[in-house]
Design a protein around this ligand. Structure first.
Ligand SMILES: [Zn+2]
Length: 229
């Protein structure tokens, strides 16, 4: 089976992961599955899972493995995710990555894209980040909505994210280094990692990501043609 469109995108907060995941998903006609959005929706709906997630998010902590695995498994088994997906925000560590491969079964993931952006660039971007409090659309000080911090998409208020306080950002970057970076080594050893330069214009970053996925799809097609799959 072709697993080349089972994608994960990794990157520090502020690396442009959300935007790029959305573009990749659109290009390949697969869903973008953002665990951050899933948890924010649960928090908004005030479900029990949401209240649990909230207490971690407020401290800049990551949601623990068990609380995230079940909803992710459920989402991946939906009909629209059967030809592939772009996972954003999960897995966060080697334990979760291992569980994800088990969950997916034969072939596992197709490719893990690591968006590489230096920390100082990320901190500068995060300071200017704004989000629609209603629909979650992303804006920034450099790219505001067209009228007075009102969302172009839904008319909601565009605000600073409440998990974007300086202390929470620093804590998340530190957690990223500690937990997520060993993931990169793990996927590299499995020949499932593509490191992509995440600096420069967002369109250039998208082109680099699409090229990385296309070359992987091309290699899979060639292998199948030779009867090696
Ligand atoms: Zn909106």
């Amino acid at each position: 089976m072709d697993v080349s469109r089972r994608l994960v995108i990794l990157g520090k907060q502020g690396a442009g992961k959300g935007t790029q995941a959305e573009r990749l998903a659109q290009h390949h006609a697969v869903p973008r599955i953002s665990t951050g959005d899933m948890f924010r929706a649960a928090v908004k709906a005030d479900t029990e899972a949401g209240r649990r997630a909230r207490s971690y998010m407020d401290d800049g902590e990551l949601v623990p493995d068990a609380a995230v695995l079940d909803p992710v498994g459920e989402r991946l088994s939906a009909a629209d995710a059967q030809d592939g997906f772009v996972l954003d925000g999960f897995p966060r560590n080697v334990r979760q990555a291992d569980a994800l491969e088990d969950l997916l079964g034969e072939g596992g993931l197709g490719l893990v894209l690591e968006l590489v952006v230096p920390t100082d660039v990320v901190l500068r971007r995060l300071a200017g980040r704004r989000v629609c409090s209603n629909c979650g659309a992303n804006y920034s000080v450099e790219h505001p909505p067209s009228s007075d911090w009102t969302c172009d998409r839904c008319g909601g208020d565009v605000v600073e994210r409440d998990d974007d306080t300086k202390a929470a950002i620093k804590r998340r970057l530190w957690l990223y280094e500690r937990e997520t970076e060993p993931l990169v080594a793990w996927y590299l050893a499995k020949d499932k990692l593509a490191a992509v330069d995440g600096t420069g214009h967002p369109d250039s970053v998208t082109s680099r990501l699409l090229r990385a996925v296309d070359s992987r799809i091309g290699a899979a097609v060639a292998r199948q043609a030779r009867g090696q799959d």
